[in-house]
Every structure is written in structure tokens, then in C-alpha cells.
Design a protein around this ligand. Structure first.
Ligand SMILES: NC(=O)c1ccc[n+]([C@@H]2O[C@H](COP(=O)([O-])OP(=O)(O)OC[C@H]3O[C@@H](n4cnc5c(N)ncnc54)[C@H](OP(=O)(O)O)[C@@H]3O)[C@@H](O)[C@H]2O)c1
Length: 332
């Protein structure tokens, strides 16, 4: 089968399409004929050699796949060959066929395209997990999402609007994305290059500080994040793009009873992910079917141009998701 291969850890120039054997589904797994996948921030880090696939998982890039079931492994119930699905995969999405655990599949709603379906699993599950299960966000609370134009963060905005409509959200964005984030319905957007978001958060909450922050910047934002949080506030760190180490004011954290929580999705167990997906399915599928939630797609690239898609993401010009189209689907 065709797959994107990385010759050696490095830049996008290391990526090219080559031939590899088609995987065979084991017990509890299915083989998906991939119609579309999408680029995630982690793919760029994996390509550069700093985020290897978990042991035993495919080393091919790609954390999600949308397509049709091509074969079932033993012991799989509730799914059949030909079903249209979207799935989290721990690796292997940038290929014509990918393995997925049956417990990680979601049925593709009829009225969303395969390109849209390829943008659900990784970013919406990450946002859902970290806002609601890890971050314990409740309706009526205040929150800050950093980097509103990204894949995870556009998903986070939409999930809050659907699930906690009385929450009050503020979002940081680079100047060129501020207006686009407002168009998603966010009233309070802070240009992080020009404004102090901690000060803006205090004003936004009339001095109380925020209940929750979803952060993927890490070290450079730690102190300002904790200043922006109020008493009992939670900071959920899902990325460390500015680095992993920073000084922590434990005194302020203690007095304000704040929590800093690190969280990753990819290395969770198969059973943990299945539980998360069942919870997500119950909470969100109706909104997807009704197109109240529609992923924001910036551009669609053929699989052969995966390196171009990586360059586009590295340049940060995208707003929302970058899709890789692996095969025509005849449905869109
Ligand atoms: N822990 C997990 O399980 C998990 C799972 C999925 C993703 N992640 C992490 O989540 C992050 C986002 O992933 P993604 O796929 O959504 O990537 P993405 O689409 O590239 O989104 C990142 C966004 O952050 C913005 N940004 C960059 N620097 C910023 C800054 N200093 N302050 C505020 N915003 C900034 C970028 O836009 P501008 O450059 O225009 O500001 C971009 O919109 C990545 O770090 C990824 O590794 C973690």
C-alpha cells in the first residue's frame, strides 16, 4: 500500500510516498481503507524525531483516519466491512490502510464529508478530554484557550459553545487570526503579541481570575497562566511548544489552591481511550450529525503533498485543520 515515509528524522524534505505492506488486523482491531486523514501538531514533532510512536504502534505518521472498514480482526462485534468510520489511531494515518481498535471507532455521520470526519478524532477528543474530564469545566465557569486558530483550539471553542453554553471564554490569538476567532463567536479575543493576557483575564473576570486554562505553550506561559487563574483555578498543559522547564511560584499556587495538570492522549491505554471515545460519542455525536459542530478546514492536500501540508502548519498560516486526502470517496 501507499504510505508517507520519513527517510530520517528531520524536516518535511524527508517525507515521500512509498510502498509498505498492508497491515493485518489483530484481535479487536479493524483495517480502515483511509479516505482522508489530517495533520496534527504532534506529527511535525514526530517527523523531527522528538515524539516517537508508542511501542508496538505503527511508525507511520498520522493520528486519525476517516474511511471505510476494509477488514475485521477476530472478536470484533458491532461493525462490518464497508461501514463509514472515523477513528483515533496511535500511528499510521498517512497511508492507504490503517489499523484501529474497534473500541476507538466512531460512526461517520452521513452528512459530514470524509475530509471533515478526518478532523474529528484527535483534536475534538483532545479538547473534550482536557476541558471536561481532566479540566472539570462546568457550565457558567470562565476559561482561557490559547491559540484560537489551531486545530485543537477551534475544536475547544466549538465544544464549549455546545456543551457549556453559559461558560465565558477568552481566547488568545496572533494578530492575523484575531478576527477569525471572533467570527467563531468568541467575544473576548486577546492578541497575544501585543497584550498581556493575564491582565486581560483579570479584567475579564472583574478581578476574580479564571477557572480554567487550556495551554499548549508551556514554559513561557506558566507564570502568566497562574497569575490569570483565580482561586481553585486549573491549568491543563497539553503542549510545551516554548519548552518544558519554568519556575513555579508554589506560594501563590498554594494560597490560591490552584492545580497544574499535565495531560497526553496518545500514550493512554487502549481501554482508557475506548472509555473516552464512548463518553465523547454520547456527548457530541448528535451535534455532529446535525452539523451544529463542523470542523474548521483550512486546506485539503493530496497525500503526495503531505510535506507541503507540514510546511504550511510550521509556518502557522493555517486557521483550523489541514486535511490529507488519501483516496476519492465519491460521497462528498
Ligand atoms: N497532550 C495531548 O494529548 C495533545 C493532543 C493533541 C495536540 N496537542 C498539542 O496541542 C497543540 C496544538 O495542536 P494543533 O494540532 O491544534 O496545532 P495547531 O493547529 O498548529 O495549533 C497551534 C496554535 O497555537 C497558536 N500559537 C502559537 N504560538 C502561540 C502563542 N505563543 N500563544 C498563543 N497561541 C500560539 C498557533 O497560531 P499562531 O502562530 O498564529 O498564534 C496555532 O493556531 C500542540 O502543541 C500539540 O502538540 C496535545
Amino acid at each position: 500500500m501507499k504510505a508517507v515515509l520519513v527517510a530520517k528524522a528531520g524536516g518535511p524534505e524527508q517525507m515521500s510516498v512509498g510502498e509498505v505492506p498492508r497491515p493485518i488486523p489483530g484481535e479487536g482491531q479493524v483495517l480502515i481503507r483511509v479516505i482522508a486523514t489530517s495533520v496534527n501538531g504532534a506529527d511535525l514533532v514526530q517527523r523531527a524525531g522528538r515524539y516517537p510512536a508508542p511501542p508496538g504502534e505503527s511508525e507511520i505518521l498520522g493520528l486519525e483516519a476517516a474511511g471505510e472498514i476494509a477488514a475485521l480482526g477476530s472478536g470484533v462485534a458491532g461493525w462490518k466491512v464497508g461501514d463509514a468510520v472515523m477513528s483515533l489511531v496511535a500511528g499510521g494515518g498517512y497511508a492507504e490502510y490503517a489499523l484501529a481498535w474497534a473500541g476507538h471507532l466512531l460512526p461517520k455521520p452521513e452528512n459530514i464529508s470524509f475530509s471533515e470526519a478526518a478532523c474529528i478524532a484527535e483534536v475534538y477528543l483532545t479538547a473534550y478530554l482536557n476541558l471536561f474530564l481532566v479540566g472539570e469545566l462546568k457550565d457558567g465557569e470562565t476559561l482561557l484557550v490559547h491559540g484560537g486558530g489551531g486545530g485543537v483550539n477551534t475544536a475547544a471553542i466549538q465544544l464549549c459553545q455546545e456543551l457549556v453554553p453559559n461558560s465565558r471564554m477568552m481566547v488568545t490569538a496572533s494578530p492575523k487570526k484575531v478576527e477569525r476567532v471572533r467570527e467563531l463567536g468568541v467575544a473576548q479575543v486577546v492578541n497575544y503579541r501585543a497584550e498581556d493576557f493575564a491582565k486581560a483575564a483579570k479584567e475579564f473576570t472583574e478581578g476574580r481570575g479564571l477557572n480554567l486554562i487550556l495551554d499548549h505553550i508551556g514554559a513561557d506561559y506558566l507564570d502568566a497562566n497562574l497569575r490569570a487563574l483565580g482561586v481553585g483555578g486549573r491549568l491543563v498543559v497539553i503542549g510545551i511548544s516554548s519548552g518544558p522547564r519554568a519556575e513555579l511560584n508554589l506560594g501563590r499556587m498554594m494560597v490560591k489552591r490552584q492545580r497544574v495538570i499535565g495531560s497526553v492522549l496518545r500514550s493512554r491505554t487502549v481501554a482508557e481511550k475506548a472509555g473516552l471515545i464512548a463518553s465523547f460519542r454520547a456527548a457530541i455525536m448528535l451535534a455532529l450529525e446535525a452539523r451544529r459542530i463542523v470542523p474548521v478546514i483550512h486546506a485539503v492536500f493530496p497525500l503526495e503533498l503531505a510535506a507541503e501540508a507540514h510546511r504550511a502548519m510550521a509556518a502557522g498560516a493555517h486557521f483550523g485543520k489541514l486535511v490529507l486526502k488519501v483516496a476519492p470517496d465519491g460521497v462528498e
